[in-house]
Design a protein. Structure first.
Length: 278
C-alpha cells in the first residue's frame, strides 16, 4: 500500500519503487502485489498517478528482476466500488495480471439493510463480465475467493429467514457488511454444527447460511461465504469467463483452516495467493 496523494509526485513514485525493488532482491522475491483500496476520483491527479505507479513498477521489476511479476488487486466490480474509481483498463495493461477480490461484496448496500452473502454468484459473475466488456483480457483476470464468512446480529429474523441488521454506513452507502464480523471458515462451520437451523441455502444468492443462538440468546444469522457447493459454483465461473486462475483470501494465513476434503477444489482449478494476503 502507498498513500495515493503522495504518488502524484513522480520523485516520490520513483523512490517508492526503488525501495520495493531492493526489498524484493534482498528477500529473493519474484515480484510484488499492489493492494491499494483507497478512494480515487475518476480523471483526478491520483487516478492518472496510480496508473503510472503500476506501469513504472512493472517496468522496474521486469528490468531488475527478470521473470518477476507485478500484480494489482481490484474490487469485485469496476463500477467505482467503495469510491475506488481506478483506470482499470490502464492498470490491467500495465501489469502482469489483476487479482479480482470477489468477496466483501456487501461493503456498500443501497437497498434493504439485511444480511447477505459474502460473494453472491450472480453479482460476482456480473463483476467479471463488466471487466471483460471493458476490454480487459480475461487471461489477465485472477479470481479471488474468500475462505471466511460474515456473522451478523439480527435485529429481527422473519419466517422467510430475512435477517435485518443495524445500519452501518461506509463511503456514502447507508448500509454495509461492516455491521457483521468476519470469521474463518473453520470457526463458522463449528457454529453450524450446533446451530438451530442447520445449514440453509439461499437460492437467489446461491450461498449457504445458518441461524444460531449464542449466549446470551440473541438471534444471529451467519452468512457463510463461499464454501462448497457455493465455492464450486464460483470456481466454475473460471471456465465460463475464461479467467486465468484462482486465488484464495483466508483470515489468519493460507491453508490454516482449509479441510483436506476441500483442497481438491484448488488442485482441480489451480491456485495462486498474492503476497498481500499472506
Amino acid at each position: 500500500d502507498v498513500p495515493v496523494k503522495e504518488i502524484v509526485d513522480p520523485t516520490f513514485r520513483a523512490a517508492w519503487i526503488d525501495q520495493k525493488v531492493e526489498l524484493a532482491k534482498r528477500q529473493y522475491m519474484d515480484g510484488i502485489n499492489i493492494d491499494i483500496e483507497q478512494m480515487v476520483k475518476k480523471s483526478s491527479a491520483e487516478y492518472y498517478a496510480l496508473t503510472a505507479l503500476v506501469k513504472e513498477t512493472t517496468e522496474a521489476f521486469h528490468r531488475e528482476i527478470p521473470g518477476s511479476q507485478v500484480t494489482f488487486d481490484v474490487a469485485w466490480s469496476p463500477k467505482c466500488i467503495d469510491r475506488r474509481c481506478y483506470n482499470y483498463t490502464g492498470i490491467a495493461d500495465s501489469c502482469d495480471f489483476v487479482f479480482v477480490m470477489s468477496y466483501d461484496e456487501q461493503s456498500q448496500v443501497w437497498t434493504d439493510c439485511i444480511a447477505r452473502a459474502n460473494a453472491p454468484y450472480n453479482q460476482t459473475l456480473t463483476g467479471y463480465s463488466d471487466y471483460i466488456h471493458m476490454g480487459i483480457n480475461p487471461k489477465k483476470l485472477v479470481m479471488g475467493v474468500p475462505w471466511y464468512g460474515y456473522d451478523y446480529s439480527c435485529l429481527s429474523l422473519s419466517k422467510a429467514h430475512i435477517c435485518s441488521i443495524k445500519e452501518v454506513s461506509f463511503r456514502g452507502a447507508p448500509c454495509s457488511d461492516a455491521a457483521g464480523r468476519q470469521f474463518p471458515y473453520k470457526v463458522i462451520m463449528n457454529w453450524a454444527n450446533s446451530s438451530m437451523s442447520g445449514i440453509l441455502w439461499d437460492e437467489e444468492q446461491k450461498a449457504p447460511y445458518f441461524e444460531y443462538l449464542p449466549a446470551p440468546p440473541v438471534v444471529l444469522s451467519a452468512r457463510l461465504g463461499p464454501v462448497p457447493p457455493a465455492l464450486t459454483s464460483l470456481l466454475a465461473l473460471m471456465g465460463k469467463a475464461a479467467l486465468s486462475c484462482v486465488g484464495v483470501c483466508p483470515i489468519g494465513g493460507p491453508g490454516k483452516d482449509m479441510p483436506r476434503t476441500h483442497m481438491a477444489l484448488y488442485i482441480k482449478y489451480g491456485m495462486m495467493i498474492p503476497g498481500a494476503f499472506l
